[in-house]
Structures are given as structure tokens and as C-alpha cells.
Design a protein around this ligand. Sequence first.
Ligand SMILES: Nc1ncnc2c1ncn2[C@@H]1O[C@H](COP(=O)(O)OP(=O)(O)OP(=O)(O)O)[C@@H](O)[C@H]1O
Ligand SMILES: [Mg+2]
Length: 256
Amino acid sequence: MENAIETRNLTVVFPARKGPIKALDGLNLSVQTGQVVGFLGPNGAGKTTAMHVLLGFIRPTSGEARIFGQDARRSIARQRIGYLPEHPDTYRFLTGRELLRMTGRLFDMSGAALGVRIADLLRLTGIDEAADRRVGAYSRGMMQRICLCQALINDPDLVILDEPTGGLDPLGRMEIRKMIADLRGCGKTVFFSSHELSEVETVCDHAIVLNRGRILAEGPIASLAGPGESLEKYFIRVVTAASRPERMAEQPGESS
Ligand SMILES: Nc1ncnc2c1ncn2[C@@H]1O[C@H](COP(=O)(O)OP(=O)(O)OP(=O)(O)O)[C@@H](O)[C@H]1O
Ligand SMILES: [Mg+2]
């Protein structure tokens, strides 16, 4: 089956006054269709940049990115994606329900079918009681939830979530975990970044650890960490080791 995400030698260099910043450095990503993949990495590793390339927001400096086999720069590649940004924000003068109705219309949805879809999403994300309040009056976590509804309105095949549980209370985190599990149950592909590694451990099939724009480690969740080691401990171990190259050379087994 075609991979949901595929990048080849993807490099993104941002110009900056003190010299160019290489945010992605020959990144080769593969995300199989139907998998739930956690995209991990320290702050500044390049996770959001990689997502922005996949979404066609920024053009790669070199290399290529494909979504279900289509070049990510082509708008057709985006039709099957739902996206939750790192800092979600939206039209604050609309109520939650109006916002979702408007978003649905952008995808040619309408009438009773759209009403049912909106009601389902509002219930699933636990925001139904606030649906008729203006989004501008939402708390941070409520904004996160309504933007997640927006991302899912068109029943996308690939869901890209940039830190979906940031700002959510424990109940909200649990609801997101459940939504991700439900998406997997429907055969969807979920690619999400997170610093909550216990969460990643619970919900993902596979994890990719990014560091300085390159893949440091990847594999099935069950086989990444050592025996009795949590994903968080594993993460700290490999990222720390990668910042000490001479030590890595002594212990080659640590990085994969
Ligand atoms: N628009 C930009 N202009 C210049 N540099 C940028 C820009 N966007 C990102 N960068 C730089 O690219 C690198 C990767 O940033 P990115 O936001 O992709 O990291 P991240 O892995 O998402 O981090 P975090 O976990 O903090 O969200 C950082 O060094 C960042 O400063
Ligand atoms: Mg980020």
C-alpha cells in the first residue's frame, strides 16, 4: 500500500541574520498508511517545519515530500489531510458551531449530514456545551478542541497534529488519546508531535525521534526502548548521546 507520508532528502534552510539555519537536514520520513506515528524531538528539532512542508506551507530548499504519492506542493495532496497547528487559533467572532459549519461548507458539506458530523465532533471533543458561544471567549484548551473538530470535519485520511494535547487538562488529554485510537480504528493515519512521551507510548504504533533536522531513531514503540525502560528515559538517553558524538562512537548500539 502507498505510504501516507514519504520524504526524500528533505532539507529546509531558513535565512537568518547570523547565518542560515538548517531546520531539516536530508530528512527521510516514511509513514505507512493506517499507522499512528509519534513524531518526537527536542525543541527546535524541526518537527513543525517538517509538518509545514507536508502541508505545503513552505517549500523545501531541496529534496521532496509526498502525501499518498502526491507531491506535497500540489494542492491535491492536501485534500486528504486534517491539520491541527501548534498554536491553534481561528475566526474568533463565530460561535464554535458556526465555525464548524463554515469549515464544512469549504469541503462542500451541507444540510443534515453536516449537522450530524458537527454534533458528533463536538461531543467527541467534549466541547458541545460551549458550541453556541463565541470562539473568542474560549479558554486555550477549548480553542484546541474546536480547532481539532475543524481539522477532522472532512473525515481526512491523514491527520497531522502538532502537539495536540498541549494546553489540555487531563480529561482532554484522555479524550484526545481516545480520538486517536478511534481514528486508527477507522483506518486513518495519524502523524502527531508530542513532548508527552507516556502518551505517545500509550497511543502510537511507531515513533520517530528527530534531532537537528535528522532522524535519530525510529521503530515500533514496543521495540524502541530497552527492557524496563520508559520511552521518556529512552528519549533522554538517545538525545543526550547524540549531543556527544565521541561517546556515540564508543556505544554504536545506542542510537537505533
Ligand atoms: N520561519 C522561520 N524562520 C527562521 N527559522 C525558523 C523558522 N521556523 C523555524 N525555524 C527554526 O528551525 C528550527 C526548527 O524549528 P521547529 O519549529 O521546526 O522545531 P520543533 O521541533 O517544532 O520545536 P518545538 O518542539 O519547540 O515545537 C529552529 O531552529 C527554529 O528556530
Ligand atoms: Mg513545533
